[in-house]
Design a protein around this ligand. Sequence first.
Ligand SMILES: Nc1nc2c(ncn2[C@@H]2O[C@H](COP(=O)(O)OP(=O)(O)OP(=O)(O)O)[C@@H](O)[C@H]2O)c(=O)[nH]1
Ligand SMILES: [Mg+2]
Length: 309
Amino acid sequence: MNKKSKLSRVGYVALIGRPNAGKSTLLNYILGQKIAIISDKPQTTRTSILGIKTTEEAQIIFIDNPGVHKPLHRLNRRMMNFVYSSLETADLICLTVDASLKYGHGDQFVIDTLKSVSTPILLLLNKVDISKKNKILLLIDHYKDLLPFAEIIPLSAFNGVNVDVLEEQIIKYLPLAEKLYSDDEISDQSLNFLLSEIIREKVLAQVEQELPFTTAVYIEHVGDRQSAGDEEQEQKRAGKFIKASILVDRDNHRKMIIGKGGSRIKTIGTEARKEIEEILQAHVYLDLHVKVQEGWRDSANVLDLIEQQ
Ligand SMILES: Nc1nc2c(ncn2[C@@H]2O[C@H](COP(=O)(O)OP(=O)(O)OP(=O)(O)O)[C@@H](O)[C@H]2O)c(=O)[nH]1
Ligand SMILES: [Mg+2]
């Protein structure tokens, strides 16, 4: 590890907010790289994902979290446990709000979750690119009395407006310490977890609201494809073989994902393969299977398997 002994501003920053607020979009924007998957469906992120931004003066360790919601299944209780534990770890909290929406019950639930926390909180009013100015001002007026926010920053994770201001503000709240990660580390995710998430993102993009968060993806196998020759070049051309399972709760969900004549699963596979090829810099043969596993959201074994891949 290429740790530096010089002191910098170093600390954990928890991204907290309702599902769909734009936490993962913000993380990816700040890192300039896709670490977390994104969708227009709620409850896209299911675990805590670390994203590390190291500069000359600071190392900001972002914890992207699942959206704050009332949990109904074991899966959702686990998702909320990630949120709670990141609140304990964090040196700073970034409460991310979709400023294009009116304040509602879901927002109040998030505020209640943060009431007992003594860590400084920055309020990020995200999606200013699609929010009316007077609505943003009304929201600021409403939020400022709910919690003692250290700063309130309107921004857009989509086009980056004010994200530089956010980064400057974050650094002010981090303690002086030695860096915890080497300069080239950007995330804590395993490759298999990242691959499974990319496939899940393509599933989310292909299905309408009918299947919002009832799929899980498990990588069964990653290996080299056999090639006819022994030459190194030829092995590279032969590429990787990846076998993955998409778990669904019911048979009609399986049919939805497969689509008419297999059209949907084909699109999912093509989209996922293209992105995985970029990451692995190799040809990929992606073998997807849709499996019905009733009640997987309440199965500790299945959830362990997916989280730990
Ligand atoms: N217009 C606009 N859309 C945004 C912005 N930030 C995020 N989005 C969109 O909002 C949707 C949700 O974004 P995500 O980053 O997945 O939201 P999240 O908070 O991580 O959601 P969960 O993982 O479900 O908690 C996606 O369709 C994004 O493209 C923004 O600044 N402007
Ligand atoms: Mg997310």
